[in-house]
Design a protein around this ligand. Structure first.
Ligand SMILES: Nc1ncnc2c1ncn2[C@@H]1O[C@H](COP(=O)(O)OP(=O)(O)OP(=O)(O)O)[C@@H](O)[C@H]1O
Ligand SMILES: [Mg+2]
Length: 308
């Protein structure tokens, strides 16, 4: 079966600022109908990657295409089919929120519609106030309302919910899921891992200007550890010696412990636990946060080899 052509394709993308190489080697693709989560620590290069994609910055090497067109050479044509929301939304201070929404729409060749009104209502924005009076969250809402009322093929959000309260964050998530159902594609950079976990089909982790991992959350889970709380009839004396077992902590003597197990060692560890006759067992699957912390803390590519 033929895979559809990617909507976004980034190959060996590099960006230098003087001597500083902000992007060393960025590689990932986004396919039609996909929500792609872009995560990584502060300063990893997410916004720089996005600025290159938008044609704001010129790459120093490699290539990036959207809709099969080079992002630098064809930025004008590409912009007609994308909607973008930055994390730090700049608004004209003397215009009202409503005027700015209409201006954003006009710049994208769109018009204020009933959908725009519904979005203003849903996000609870007062569009009559001057932008200079808006809080960070309200400024983000202005940009989000304009983006969601735009009929684009590709939506790029760079930390769009950092200033939103939980209710508005939920509204944001609902609209992203609606876009996905319409077959639109989304690039979402976010530090809110639960949001990424909930909404993204695939995830790319960037660290120091390099993509260290891409895949579905299920694919990434094999790199992580499952947490187990177990109680047995016989004491679990040998548990700590088994390969892939980490952080054995006694909860109540040697018969009730908690531990973490590498995904590839789950079978032998479970066999040992069963041998000791299970009384109770609770497992907690690794979260995106666990996975992410490992990349945050560990130096380059320590995921497969780090010790205890
Ligand atoms: N115009 C610039 N000139 C020089 N260095 C820059 C410039 N823009 C970004 N950088 C550097 O490039 C690196 C990547 O920055 P970037 O803003 O892309 O990070 P980020 O992943 O978006 O971080 P955050 O999560 O904090 O938003 C940082 O070290 C930053 O200081
Ligand atoms: Mg950023």
């Amino acid at each position: 079966m033929a895979t559809p052509a990617p909507l976004l394709q980034i190959t060996h993308l590099q960006k230098r600022f003087g001597k500083f190489q902000a992007l060393k080697d960025i590689d990932f693709s986004i396919y039609p109908g996909e929500v792609f989560g872009f995560i990584g620590p502060n300063g990893a290069g997410k916004s720089t990657t996005i600025r290159v994609l938008l044609g704001i910055l010129k790459a120093s090497g490699g290539s990036a295409t959207i809709f099969g067109q080079d992002v630098w050479q064809h930025s004008v044509a590409i912009h007609q089919r994308i909607a973008y929301v930055p994390g730090d939304v700049y608004l004209w201070p003397n215009l009202s929120g409503g005027e700015i929404i209409d201006l954003f729409l006009k710049m994208n060749g769109e018009r204020h519609t009933a959908k725009t009104d519904a979005l203003i209502e849903e996000f609870g924005l007062d569009p009559r106030k001057k932008a200079r009076t808006y809080s960070k969250g309200n400024r983000q809402k202005v940009a989000l309302i304009a983006a969601f009322s735009t009929d684009a093929d590709f939506y790029i959000f760079d930390e769009p919910t950092s200033g939103l309260d939980p209710l508005n964050e939920q509204t944001f998530q609902n609209h992203v899921l609606a876009l996905k159902q319409q077959g639109k594609s989304v690039l979402l950079s976010s530090h809110i891992l639960s949001e990424v976990e909930k909404m993204c089909d695939r995830i790319g982790i960037i660290r120091e200007g390099q993509i260290v991992e891409t895949g579905t959350l299920a694919e990434m889970r094999h790199l992580t550890r499952t947490t187990i709380d177990v109680q047995t009839v016989a004491p679990l004396t040998k548990l700590a010696e088994l390969p892939g077992v980490h952080g054995v902590t006694a909860k109540h003597g040697e018969n009730h412990v908690s531990l973490a197990v590498d995904a590839d060692q789950l079978t032998p560890v479970m066999a040992y636990l069963t041998q000791q006759q299970l009384v109770s067992l609770t497992t907690t699957p690794p979260t995106l946060e666990d996975l992410f912390m490992r990349y945050y803390e560990a130096p380059n590519d320590a995921r497969a080899t780090d010790g205890k």
